[in-house]
Design a protein around this ligand. Structure first.
Ligand SMILES: Cc1ncc(COP(=O)(O)O)c(C=O)c1O
Length: 387
């Protein structure tokens, strides 16, 4: 066993956990946070900070950005410079603010779908218009429809990329990133690359940041990075936007100040420096554990529920499962599954129309819970088949 224990179960009920706000006996595997203990080093950093017992306003020291720079250089071969960074309290808040300040009503946002549901809200809240480029699922491959992307980028203001992709667990190769950037460049489109899931690389593949592309010298690239997912610190509200172009960076920084998202809370700095300076072993061990969870689920389905197919790749802890053999209504499927077994999953339609016929399952939970989830799913399907 490694240094960190991912088998420990934590009782998160009645802890104000947004995910575990469920009835007795229910097992929520929908919202994207993890049920694992946070690195003890992070807990220590929080305790140290708490013990100062004087919780005033906080600034972002250089050491915060240095920690990101070290991490992205050593782990992702991405060379970043301090002056490119802006602090933001969260990735979604950044997207919303960027849309608000760079866009105007009826501007077009293009994105690959199905995709993280909150992206749709950011578009709607800012009165923007969505143009989708649906992924093509072809046997075991999740393909980009390049022709459609070209069409959908015509006249667009923004391209919102989720890299790696939630919920399809797919990374993007450097060739694909270059091609996306070139298409956006031709159409003078801003690229927002949300890389919050970048470190959740279960099978030692390779997440490639958009900032690794030589074409990134394209001045309309905005990259959003965060420790939230991989270190399970979403509740600390700490993230960054990385923008090479000075004018664009200043414009976005002004937007962040106006929207009051540019200043950290008291706990948003030290624990994150700790994570990015001491977290290498934790992330390696976490990814191995998640990969074993994914393998368990995959083998279980193959053996017991061969009509349910995992479609997603090995990035993120979110698994995208084709349920179309049993239902073409993912909301009804998820509702009945919850009512009959207590297992809570996210209906695929939440992630866009092309998500219909799928469910999303969060496997960032101790194996014991995952086994329980698999059995609940099996019981539900066997009852359904008998109906
Ligand atoms: C792709 C993606 N972006 C952003 C977020 C949320 O980020 P934040 O909590 O920093 O707003 C999530 C959470 O699930 C996500 O999956």
């Amino acid at each position: 066993m490694g240094k960190y224990n991912f088998d420990t179960t934590i009782n998160r009920i009645k802890t104000c956990s947004a995910r575990w706000c469920v009835s007795e006996g229910e097992l929520p595997l929908d919202i994207a946070d993890m049920d694992f203990l946070v690195m003890p080093e992070i807990v220590k950093a929080i305790k140290n900070r708490a013990e100062q017992a004087c919780y005033g306003y906080t600034y972002v020291p250089d050491s915060y950005f240095d920690a990101y720079i070290r991490w992205w250089k050593d782990r992702h071969n991405t060379k970043l410079e301090k002056e490119w960074f802006i602090f933001s309290k969260s990735v979604v808040a950044s997207i919303d603010s960027i849309f608000k300040h760079l866009g105007k009503s009826k501007d077009i946002v293009t994105m690959f779908t199905p995709v993280y549901n909150v992206f749709f809200n950011c578009i709607k809240n800012n009165n923007l218009v969505l143009k989708e480029c649906e992924f093509v699922i072809d046997e075991d491959e999740i393909k980009i429809d390049w022709e459609k992307l070209e069409t959908q980028l015509k006249g667009a203001k923004f391209f919102l990329l989720c890299n790696p992709h939630n919920p399809l667990g797919r990374n993007f190769t450097i060739e694909e990133l270059n091609k996306i950037i070139n298409l956006c460049k031709q159409n003078d489109v801003y690229i927002i690359s949300d890389e919050i899931h970048g470190d959740l690389d279960l099978n030692k593949g390779r997440y490639i940041s958009i900032l690794n592309s030589e074409v990134t010298r394209y001045e309309k690239v905005i990259c959003l990075l965060s420790p939230s997912k991989v270190f399970n610190v979403a509740g600390l509200h700490s993230s960054v936007a990385v923008i090479l172009n000075k004018e664009l960076r200043e414009e976005i920084q002004n937007g962040f100040w106006q929207d009051d998202i540019g200043e950290p809370n008291y706990f948003a700095i030290d624990p994150i420096i700790t994570a990015f300076t001491q977290g290498d072993d934790y992330v390696d061990q976490l990814n191995s554990y998640l990969n074993e969870n994914r393998a368990y689920l995959s083998e279980f389905l193959l053996k017991n529920l061969p009509n349910l197919k995992i479609v997603s790749g090995h990035y993120t802890y979110l698994v995208w499962i084709d349920i179309s053999c049993y239902s073409s209504d993912s909301i009804l499927f998820a509702k009945n599954l919850r009512e009959k077994t207590g297992l809570v999953v996210a209906p695929g339609i939440n992630y866009g129309n092309s998500g219909e016929g799928y469910i999303r399952l969060n496997i960032a939970t101790p194996r014991k819970n995952l086994i329980d989830a698999c059995n609940r799913l099996m019981n539900y399907i066997s009852e359904k088949v008998e109906e």
